[in-house]
Design a protein around this ligand. Structure first.
Ligand code: ZN
Length: 303
């Protein structure tokens, strides 16, 4: 099934009118393809990065200020790092780093069913929330609990926000999709809505999350419930890299090292791993970076 343009790269919020439960449905197509365009990810890495992208979009819908939410999962396994950042206006970017030889080895030993936890190995999940105006940052770090990104995040949210949350994620080459349900405070003890709503959500299939429109998913799961669907919001690809940030990063290598690279290669070239943009620095740029009058433009990155 092909979605029309209006349905692409959207997030919808909804509410169960008679229960204290809110929900979101996100689907990304063009934005997801853009994110992959500078990389040639092995299928399994691509699948889990896609699930992470859907998750970051769903979680960022809770931001109540101009800012961003970043999911970072890292470990000592074949998948070493996965970072996805989504802003409150649904500008999103993401990247995965992996060791090809370990991915191959793993897939030879455990075909098909390798879960995200196995790929990551021993590791951590870090959620960072940043408020742009005040530059305030909140960061939560937990061990990886469960097997999937949905498992990690459900455990994290239950601990950090004391809100029961269910997350369903799906990903393939062309699209990613996600469904989030969250129990809001103030539910009566004898109210079984949460059990009913999540029980129905458990019946959603990967193909349905990837292919159905938000209205169709809600109809498929909840045609007997009173659900209020709000207007959709657009998701777009947004990379926040700038020449200034790359310049600050370059300060972490010594002037001698920088000069040696310039001598050998003529210039220093740094690619943004998120968007593929190439930043080049020649001898004069480098001299400027290390001159005594030059100060980092963002002091927070100073050692
Ligand atoms: Zn970039």
């Amino acid at each position: 099934m092909n979605m029309n343009a209006e349905e692409k790269d959207k997030i919808y919020r909804f509410l169960f009118d008679k229960a204290n439960i809110r929900g979101e449905i996100a689907s990304l197509t063009d934005v997801w393809k853009t994110m992959q365009s500078h990389h040639n990810y092995p299928e399994i890495i691509r699948q889990y990065l896609g699930e992470g992208v859907a998750a970051a979009v769903l979680l960022s819908a809770t931001l109540k200020f101009e800012g961003s939410l970043t999911i970072q999962a890292s470990g000592d396994g074949a998948l070493t790092l996965m970072v996805i950042e989504c802003r409150n206006d649904f500008g999103v970017r993401g990247v995965a780093k992996y060791q090809q030889s370990l991915v191959d080895e793993m897939l030879n030993g455990l075909p098909d069913e390798t879960d995200l936890k196995t790929l990551l190995g021993d590791g951590t999940l870090i959620i960072t929330i940043e408020q742009f105006k005040t530059k305030e940052r909140y960061q939560g770090i937990v061990a990886l609990e469960g097997n999937s990104m949905a498992d990690f995040l459900e455990a994290y949210l239950e601990r950090s926000e004391q809100l029961e949350t269910r997350i369903f994620l799906a990903s393939d080459e062309n699209s990613v999709g996600g469904l989030l349900l969250q129990q809001l405070p103030g539910q009566n003890e004898d109210d079984d809505s949460w059990e009913r709503v999540t029980h129905l959500a458990n019946t959603i299939k990967t193909d349905e999350l990837l292919e159905l429109r938000a209205k169709e998913i809600l109809h498929r799961l909840y045609h007997e419930e009173d659900v209020r669907l709000f207007d959709s919001e657009s998701i777009y690809f947004k990379c926040s890299c700038t020449r200034d940030k790359v310049t600050n990063m370059l300060r972490s290598i010594s002037q001698q090292e920088a000069s040696a690279i310039i001598k050998e290669q003529g210039n220093i070239s740094v690619d943004c791993e998120f968007c593929g943009k190439i930043y080049q620095f020649d001898e004069i740029d480098i001299a400027g970076i290390y001159s005594k009058n030059s100060q980092p433009s963002d002091l927070s990155t100073k050692h």
